[in-house]
Design a protein around this ligand. Structure first.
Ligand code: DAH
Length: 345
């Protein structure tokens, strides 16, 4: 057979071909277009053709090849449809496969609720670094050079020059904000803090705090107390009460610790409040004038209050998580329990 005859023959074959199943479509492709297929072989033979004939024959062969490819596409599409048509109808009564919904981590939920409560009374959110220098974590906050909180026992120091350490509290962000902003300042600073503690159900070497700072002309202790009362009632409901106990922090004067009536037992006494009916929720006080001055704010013109709370502690009073380690293990059975929780928004 001459090449022209072979082309004519294959043109006829391609036109006549049928395929109803995917297998038949594939057989057509192998026989015509496969590595040893008839059309592929035709192109091999074409290499011997005299050059005057090449143009005409070449066009015809390209057309044949395209036609074969198009038919193969048709066969494939047709066989898909045929197979779908013969498949059993979908069972519409079957229960859907539900994707499990993700949940926010309880610390994220709690932090967001705290932010929302403060945002409503005009507090913005500010952040600071977790690896902090001595000035921002300690010295500007009035920690004397020999203060026990600087001790190797409590602070994770970072190797290298400059005495950098993982911040031990978010009060460091107070200093950064006051260095950079003019009063009036109303801000809260949520974040992770680190202390060299043995890990147990009641203590962890890393946890979360939220710091609040308010600096303006004539800020009073009464406003501090009113803010704390508003905060506790917004988060835990109208029935909770708070009490302040005198305390000491280097960066506040006067200083207090804040107890809230136990949300778990409503003050009747339980293991969370150690049967006292009260749980400590934060430290607070009036920003020490020396701290204002350390940060470039004139203590003669301005005063302020600050407070700091542990987020894990607040979360425990919402959900009664018995062991601090659960917050870090990310056991899916624990996290799933928070799927239905909402932030206040
Ligand atoms: N920084 C303190 C701590 O880590 C908490 C604290 C106490 C923050 C009193 C304050 C404050 O702003 O006024 O335990």
């Amino acid at each position: 057979m001459s090449l022209t005859e072979r082309i004519a023959h294959l043109e006829e074959e391609v036109a006549k071909a049928t395929a109803r199943t995917a297998d038949e479509a594939e057989r057509f492709r192998v026989v015509m277009l496969g590595r040893n297929g008839a059309i592929t072989e035709l192109f091999e033979a074409f290499k011997q053709v005299a050059s005057e004939e090449k143009r005409v024959l070449g066009q015809r062969m390209n057309a044949l090849k395209q036609r074969a490819q198009a038919r193969w596409e048709e066969f494939k599409a047709g066989s898909d449809q045929a197979e779908q048509a013969s498949a059993p109808a979908a069972d519409l009564s079957r229960p859907a496969l539900m994707e499990p919904a993700g949940a926010q981590h309880p610390i994220t939920i709690t932090r967001q609720r705290i932010i929302d409560v403060f945002a409503r009374i005009g507090f913005t959110v500010s952040h600071g670094p977790e690896v902090e220098d001595d000035r921002h974590n300690f010295s500007a906050l009035n920690f004397p050079p020999d203060h026990p909180a600087r001790d190797m026992q409590d602070t994770f120091f970072v190797q290298g020059p400059g005495g950098m350490a993982l911040r031990t509290h978010t009060s460091s962000v107070q200093v950064r904000v006051m260095e950079n902003q003019k009063p009036p300042i109303r801000t809260i600073s949520p974040g992770r803090v680190y202390r060299n503690e043995a890990i147990s159900a009641r203590a962890h070497c890393m946890f979360h705090q939220v710091e609040a700072l308010y600096v303006d002309k004539g800020v009073s202790f009464a406003e501090l107390k009113g803010t704390i009362d508003y905060f506790a009632k917004s988060l835990f409901g109208k029935d909770v009460s708070v009490r302040l106990r005198p305390s000491y922090f280097p960066f506040t004067e006067p200083s207090a610790e804040v107890d809230m009536s136990c949300t778990i037992c409503s003050g009747k006494g339980c293991t969370v409040c150690k049967h006292s009916g009260w749980v400590e929720i934060m430290g607070c006080g009036m920003v020490d004038p020396a701290v204002l001055a350390n940060c470039g704010i004139d203590p003669e013109s301005y005063s302020g209050f600050a407070l700091g709370m542990g987020v894990e502690r607040v979360a425990q009073l919402i959900w009664r998580v018995p062991d601090l380690r659960m917050y870090w293990e990310n056991d899916i059975r624990f996290l799933d329990r928070f799927a239905a929780e909402q932030t206040l928004g």
